[in-house]
Design a binder for this molecule. Structure first.
Ligand code: ZN
Length: 211
């Protein structure tokens, strides 16, 4: 079990030869939220194992949040909905695209919407990687779930997402600055080493590099 911050569990679904592929479970008193669901059976197995270690089961998952529409984040979604019965939410520009890709209903969220769970979870729309790419801000933990908005490496360096994965790499790079409107110490990435502690200064450096 990997609990990176109180109630926030990180799982790495990478397989031999693949880059890191993280998703998360957020566990607070009244809910259990899965953020992104991976793309293969291994991710399903990892999530199930994590839930079991938390003494939870699939049916305890009360919400699935998705950062964006790319396959490594949503390919398991239909199966996850079957297993959990949980509603799925994503940014309003991304929701119909995810529905089209995997055939499950996805409720759209507006930029800056605050979900009333776990001390409030705020949607931060950062377009460019995809249309409705979103980060989720967890003020109670002073953490940002960044998904693919920023890519890390194994050494703790951070960069904008690579052009080949982006709808519009210039926009994806320029809009990272939206994160600086929030107070956070930690930032967690799908790909690459998370930054735990003093993360906002690192993101500020990243933004300054591309100004
Ligand atoms: Zn992506």
């Amino acid at each position: 079990m990997v609990e990176v911050l109180k109630g926030l569990h990180s799982m790495d679904h990478s397989e031999a030869g693949n880059h890191q592929m993280e998703s998360w479970i957020l566990d607070c008193d009244d809910c259990l939220i899965l953020i992104d669901g991976g793309m293969r059976q291994k991710a399903l197995d990892n999530i199930e194992a994590e839930l079991r270690e938390m003494s939870k089961e699939w049916a305890d998952v009360s919400l699935i949040l998705i950062t964006h529409k790319h396959g490594d984040h949503i390919q398991n979604l239909a199966r996850l909905v079957e297993l959990t019965g949980a509603p799925v939410k994503a940014h309003e520009l991304e929701a119909p695209l995810i529905k089209e890709a995997v055939g499950v209903y996805v409720e759209g969220l507006e930029d800056k919407a605050v979900l009333g769970y776990c001390g409030g979870i705020e949607v931060i729309h950062v377009p460019g990687h995809s249309e409705g790419n979103a980060c989720y801000y967890l003020p109670a933990l002073k953490a940002v779930i960044a998904g693919d908005t920023i890519f890390g490496d194994d050494e703790g360096n951070i960069n904008p997402p690579p052009e080949r994965y982006c709808l519009d790499v210039d926009q994806a790079t320029k809009e990272i600055k939206r994160l600086l409107d929030y107070e956070f110490d930690h930032i967690l990435f799908t790909h690459g080493k998370d930054i735990m502690g003093d993360a906002k200064a690192k993101v500020q450096e990243l933004v300054d590099r591309f100004c």
